[in-house]
Write a protein that binds this ligand. Structure first.
Ligand code: SF4
Length: 340
């Protein structure tokens, strides 16, 4: 797959989004508390692409809902342009929702099949009371052009498009409000392999053109390696490892990150990922293991891992690792982990 590399040079600028000690707990049906997200912190610079990776059930979906303002955090802060969303007025939240848009995995279910594309793309403008019919129509045609669809697409219905074209429509809709920030939730995983690179290139192009900041959720680690400038590896609601993608992928320090990367085939033997054997399944968010949540599956676990949660430590520039033994672990030679 060939794709345009993002401009990572802008990643060093001031954060657009800061997540501080974010926690989200739900009351489970039938009793108990689900600890979906626990004490997670990271920031995303303007123009940067930050990737969230981890197995199903690790908290990625809840975290993106919190970031989009669709859920309220139990505690912690979500700062956008330095202002905390948790304490924002409804007017400020309205403004945030204009600035923060999302593109979801499945363009077949995310577009209303009974609406023409023109209305699908114009709907966010109408919801925010922006412009009149003429200016909304002009914005629709502009956005279609940006995403590489002809003007005639405006009068068609979603079923008249291929999967890749539908995702272009979804991107045009998300762009119509000219947001600063986008959540990309598995944006290519439902598409044919033949069009995935085209959609990624489109996302990279519009990032440059509109100065967008991305939070991407993806299980395709090859995509994450090429598309993101920073990455967070989540395990059972907590951040296991966090840092510049290049550093984390070339020198993963957390055993879980090492195992995830080991699941990716690498054709170049000189850049084969360090690997480890991980057995078992991700634990329950209702009863996470004490100490390090990863300890029941970790081949290196020692007594302290079973009782004391590891704190984040910066073991390389910008690379934070939550593991008691990260400095001393020598990766083993072979591994496997269940596909994400
Ligand atoms: Fe493994 Fe212990 Fe590190 Fe957790 S803290 S990842 S159990 S070595």
């Amino acid at each position: 797959m060939t794709m345009t590399m993002p401009d990572t040079a802008v990643a060093a600028t001031a954060p657009l989004l800061e997540i501080r000690n974010l926690t989200k707990r739900f009351n489970a049906h039938g009793g108990g508390v689900v600890r979906a997200v626990e004490n997670v912190s990271f920031s995303i610079g303007r123009g940067e692409t930050f990737a969230l990776v981890g197995e199903s059930g690790c908290g990625k979906t809840t975290l993106t809902k919190l970031v989009l303002g669709l859920e309220k955090p139990t505690s912690g802060e979500i700062l956008f342009h330095g202002a905390d969303l948790a304490t924002a007025s409804s007017k400020a939240m309205h403004g945030y929702r204009r600035q923060a848009q999302a593109v979801f995995q499945d363009p077949y279910s995310s577009l209303n099949p009974r609406m023409r594309v023109s209305k699908i793309i114009a709907e966010p403008l109408m919801a925010h009371g922006i412009g009149d019919r003429d200016s909304q129509r002009a914005r629709v045609l502009e956005m279609l052009d940006v995403v590489g669809l002809p003007k005639t697409a405006a009068d068609l219905y979603p079923h008249e498009f291929s999967g890749g074209q539908r995702q272009r429509v979804a991107i045009a809709r998300a762009l119509s409000l000219k947001p600063a920030f986008m959540v990309l939730d598995e944006p290519i995983s439902a598409l044919d392999v033949s069009v995935r690179a085209q959609i990624l290139n489109l996302l990279a192009d519009i990032q440059d053109e509109f100065g967008l900041t991305y939070l991407i959720v993806a299980h395709d680690l090859a995509l994450v390696e090429h598309f993101s400038s920073s990455v967070g590896v989540m395990y059972l609601g907590s951040m296991a490892e966090l840092g510049p993608t290049e550093s984390v992928f070339s020198h993963p320090k957390h055993p879980y990150t090492q195992a995830l990367l080991a699941s990716v085939p690498r054709p170049d033997p000189d850049h084969r990922a360090p690997v480890g054997v991980i057995y078992g399944e991700i634990g329950s968010a209702m009863a996470p293991p004490p100490g390090c949540k990863f300890h029941p599956r970790c081949p290196y676990a020692v007594d302290i891992c079973k009782t004391t949660p590891p704190v984040d430590r910066e073991l390389a520039p910008g690379q934070l690792v939550a593991c008691h033994l990260a400095e001393t672990i020598v990766p083993p030679v072979q591994s496997s982990i269940a596909p994400l």
